[in-house]
Design a protein around this ligand. Structure first.
Ligand SMILES: *[C@@H]1O[C@H](CO)[C@@H](O)[C@H](O)[C@H]1NC(C)=O
Ligand SMILES: *[C@@H]1O[C@H](CO)[C@@H](O)[C@H](O)[C@H]1NC(C)=O
Ligand SMILES: *[C@@H]1O[C@H](CO)[C@@H](O)[C@H](O)[C@H]1NC(C)=O
Length: 422
């Protein structure tokens, strides 16, 4: 039902595009695009500078893998000569699934506040707040990938890119939900028809695929590979694949059938015949496990790492070890890896030291997993730290997730090795 909906939306959208593109000169057609991202050290969120408007302006946005749209703060003064807000009942509004028609209480219209425009719900996944926001269009610029996957070209402008224009209150911060400095919104990479990858693919005729590669300096890649990082390694080659589902909430989901440490199964109480529903998130720093899975995994891990004395837990973690006993390798701290066995026994996502443990103060090295309580949103939500230096390709057309089985560190490279010079 969700699928049928989005494909009719896509059809509607392509019709709309033909109308739009016939009015503009068609320039050079890229086969893939790249967005540079950067990990904010304080919040551990991954942010991208996104260029919009006329004249062009760039602001940092938080990358939200499951977000439905690009939404941004339009207060107090959004200035652009190419801003437009589609009227209620327009094809853009149906594409966005907008149900509300807005009225603006103020007699002075401003961007984000017009009468008879359509309202879409925007969600701040960090503060868990949401609001009704004006559906809008403006020019958006991104860099094409050039030289057969090796470099990034100069900015390419996509006119009338749909986004949501939100009040500043949706970015409100508190002591417990802090955003990186200067952030103006969230860039949603979800499966929705107006999400970032879907729009770019349909507007530029790219395959319905995008990929993320997180690192302190990472990448979002739109369209298909090759994606080449220094020293000349095509990281889109030799991916493993597992089925990719979309949940009722419109979030990406994969299935984990077992967890292995040193090639031994962690004894999980859940029946092994049904895979464990697993979400993937870029807005939580560490993987969250339902309590029973968390306890089983951390206890099993401690048994496998008997030789290292434990130390007091450091929040938010629940299992820490004495750092002086732990050496380092190319793949991070030399500790046992954690293997996530997916839909088939031979399809395994292998986490090594760098994605398994993290420093918890001076003396502690802690399992970088968090106890989510008895009923978290999903039994497992893989967080950003566990995604670092793996290429994850979301193949929306093929309903599958492609991933590098081993960390890129294994191949002596990393996501930050993409060459952004033209
Ligand atoms: C975004 O822009 C700022 C200021 O121009 C710059 O310092 C920062 O490195 C940029 N971030 C990314 C991910 O390119
Ligand atoms: C929008 O409509 C409301 C209610 O009809 C009216 O009070 C307000 O002045 C209108 N705003 C603009 C900008 O026309
Ligand atoms: C870790 O081990 C070292 C060496 O045995 C010891 O000196 C230190 O006190 C231990 N740290 C903690 C926090 O237990």
């Amino acid at each position: 039902m969700i699928m049928a909906n989005s494909s009719s939306h896509l059809h509607l959208f392509s019709t709309l595009l033909i109308i739009i593109s016939s009015t503009q000169a068609q320039q050079f057609k890229p086969t893939s695009l790249v967005l540079a991202i950067h990990k904010d050290p304080t919040t551990q969120l991954h942010i991208a500078n996104i260029t919009q408007r006329t004249p062009k302006l760039s602001f940092p946005f938080v990358i939200d893998l499951n977000g439905h749209s690009l939404w941004e703060n339009c207060d107090p003064r959004y200035r652009s000569s190419t801003y437009q807000a589609p009227r209620c009942g327009s094809p853009q509004c149906s594409l966005a699934g907008a149900r509300a028609c807005l009225t603006c209480p103020s007699s002075r219209p401003r961007q984000g506040c017009h009468n008879n425009t359509c309202g879409v719900t925007s969600i701040n996944p960090v503060s868990h707040t949401s609001g009704l926001t004006e559906l809008a269009e403006d020019a958006l610029s991104v860099r094409p990938i050039t030289n057969s996957g090796s470099n990034a070209g100069p900015l390419l402008t996509v006119p009338r890119f749909l986004f949501a224009c939100a009040p500043a209150s949706l970015l409100r911060q508190t002591k417990t939900n802090v955003l990186p400095k200067g952030v103006q919104g969230f860039a949603g990479l979800g499966p929705s028809p107006i999400a970032f990858p879907t729009q770019l693919s349909s507007r530029l005729g790219l395959p319905r695929k995008f990929a993320i590669c997180l690192d302190y300096d990472g990448l979002v890649l739109f369209g298909d590979g090759p994606y080449i990082v220094l020293p000349g390694i095509d990281i889109s080659k030799s991916l493993s694949y597992t089925p990719l589902a979309i949940t009722r909430e419109g979030e990406y989901s994969i299935g984990i059938t077992s967890i292995q440490i040193n090639n031994k199964n962690v004894p999980l109480s859940t029946s092994t015949s049904t895979p464990i529903a697993t979400k993937i998130s870029t807005v939580i720093p560490y993987t969250i496990l339902q309590s029973d899975i968390f306890k089983a995994m951390t206890q099993f891990y401690a048994k496998e790492l008997k030789s290292v004395p434990r130390v007091a837990n450091v929040a938010p973690f629940g299992m820490c070890f004495n750092a002086t006993y732990i050496g380092y390798s190319r793949m991070g701290p030399a500790v046992p890896g954690i293997d996530l066995v997916l839909h088939r026994k031979d399809v395994v996502w292998r986490l090594f030291g760098a994605n398994v443990v993290t420093r918890g103060g001076n003396d502690a090295v802690c399992l970088a997993f968090v106890d989510g309580g008895a009923r978290p949103g999903a039994p497992i939500t893989v967080g950003a730290m566990q995604l670092e230096n793996y290429l994850l390709q979301f193949d929306l057309g093929g309903s599958r997730l492609g991933f590098t089985r081993d960390t890129l560190l294994f191949q002596r490279t990393r996501c930050s090795n993409f060459n952004f010079t033209s």
